[in-house]
Design a protein around this ligand. Structure first.
Ligand code: AMP
Ligand code: GLY
Length: 425
């Protein structure tokens, strides 16, 4: 069996690693992949923004299964194009991926089906926004409608700064491209949880809940990033709360997408805030999270390929997901300057020592092979991931391993998982 994975990050490295454990899998191809993925899969250069090239690679490779990692190819309709060619692919159609690709679509959808989310207003001009903002208390959250790689959400301390932020989104000054729709939203307070579920369009199977650390600095300070670290542990959500989220958020969303004629097959990532009035949806993503996937897959005992095939074939209800007991953690090592500008091409040392720490896997996010040397090639460079029987131990292992790794300007947060450890059990 040949498996093709689209993407180039730590998520795709973890997917390739998990796919390879299946005995039926004889070949894994990753497009474009990265320096770490190249050690376990054949990498093929592609531009993830170019649908034609992606389809050409799929036609040439004729994979038995394709997994789409990032949102961009989904937004271009890569899944639809591959279906048209009769190829088996795991991921939502372009229409179903709108739960992620248009925040406006997602908010209206949530409202239509009474799925809990922050109060909001959607505006198509700065004037409209100026009057809508009057009924919001600060801080006010201002969001671009479209995909913005984590840069489209602004937390504003006053109505005036909210209006200014919206003007920046409408004019294109903030994101480069002018937004046609801007959402203002009530600021929610609470713990954030990434609740990822698999779906075959009808049935829903939750993965382990995870907590991401989005800000660059310790103590959740500084600008937002793609995610600087994550953990899974039973203390994150009790079983009743997990069930509540499954029955009141994920299942109704999957049911509604099917009823609307756009069944969702793939990973529905529910980004939630656990607030005083219960869990509220902050966002949907239509894909595996990064770095959530790294911490989730190191605890998956079931076979990933079998489970993804069950989704494609509409028989997820006959599949059981099994997990190792305990906990996991992933600490991201990033380049100095990230999420702003940063250097690339810096030699990375110490990886084999890091991987000698029991239970540790180092998944690469932004690395490449330059001759015989592995060098940095992105803002997020590595996701040092560990599974263990407790969160304490998983964190110990991940931090022990990351201390073995060197590249010029290496930065990582020192407080991944600390909030969970401080909680009274
Ligand atoms: P999003 O892309 O919508 O998930 O937003 C990115 C991040 O901004 C989230 O992970 C939250 O940390 C924060 N955020 C988004 N919406 C809100 C909100 N309504 N209240 C508080 N924080 C928010
Ligand atoms: N870790 C956040 C995301 O994947 O969107």
């Amino acid at each position: 069996m040949k498996v093709l994975i689209f993407g180039s990050g730590g998520r795709e490295h973890a997917l390739a690693w998990a796919v390879k454990r299946n005995e039926r899998v004889t070949e894994v191809v990753c497009a474009p992949g990265n320096g770490g993925i190249a050690e376990i899969a054949r990498c093929v250069p592609v531009d993830l923004k170019d649908l034609e090239v992606l389809v050409r690679v799929a036609v040439e490779e004729r994979p038995d299964l394709t997994i789409v990692g990032p949102e961009l190819p989904l937004s271009l309709g890569v899944v639809d194009a591959m279906h048209d060619l009769g190829l088996r692919v795991f991921g939502p159609s372009r229409a179903a991926a709108m739960l992620e690709t248009s925040k406006g679509f997602a908010k209206r959808f949530l409202q239509r089906y009474n799925i809990p989310t922050a109060h909001y207003a959607m505006c198509s001009t700065a004037e409209e926004l100026e009057s809508a903002v009057e009924v919001f208390h600060s801080p006010i959250v201002v969001k671009a409608d479209g995909l913005a790689a984590g840069k489209g959400v602004l937390i504003c301390q006053s109505r005036r700064t909210a209006v200014e932020a919206a003007q920046g989104l409408f004019s294109g000054a903030l994101l480069g491209e002018a937004e046609r729709q801007v959402i203002i939203e009530e600021f929610l307070v609470g713990e954030e949880v990434s609740f990822l579920c698999l779906s075959d369009g009808k049935h829903v199977a939750p993965l382990l809940p995870a907590q991401d650390h989005k800000r660059i600095g310790d103590g959740d300070t500084g600008p937002n990033t793609g995610g600087m670290g994550v953990y899974t542990a039973s203390s994150l959500l009790d079983p009743e709360m997990s069930d509540w989220i499954l029955h009141h958020v994920a299942e109704p969303a999957i049911r509604a997408m099917a009823e609307e004629g756009t069944p969702f097959v793939g990973v529905l990532y529910c980004g939630l805030m656990l607030t005083a009035r219960g869990p509220q949806v902050l966002e949907f993503n239509a894909r595996f999270g990064d770095p959530e996937t790294q911490a989730i897959l190191v605890r998956l005992e079931s076979d990933l390929v079998d489970v993804l095939e069950a989704c494609i074939d509409g028989r997820l209800d006959q599949t059981e997901l099994r997990w190792s007991a305990g906990a996991s953690a992933c600490v991201v090592a990033s380049s100095a300057g990230y999420p702003g500008s940063y250097k690339t091409g810096l030699p990375i040392q110490g990886l084999s020592k890091a991987e000698q720490v029991p239970g540790v896997h180092v998944f690469h996010s932004g690395s490449k092979q330059l001759g015989n040397q592995l060098v940095t090639n992105g803002g997020r460079v590595l996701g040092v991931t560990a599974a263990a029987s407790s969160l304490d131990e998983a964190l110990d292992r991940a931090y022990q391993a990351i201390a073995q790794i060197q590249f010029d300007g290496i930065y990582y947060r020192r407080d991944i998982g600390q909030r969970a450890l401080k909680k009274v059990p």
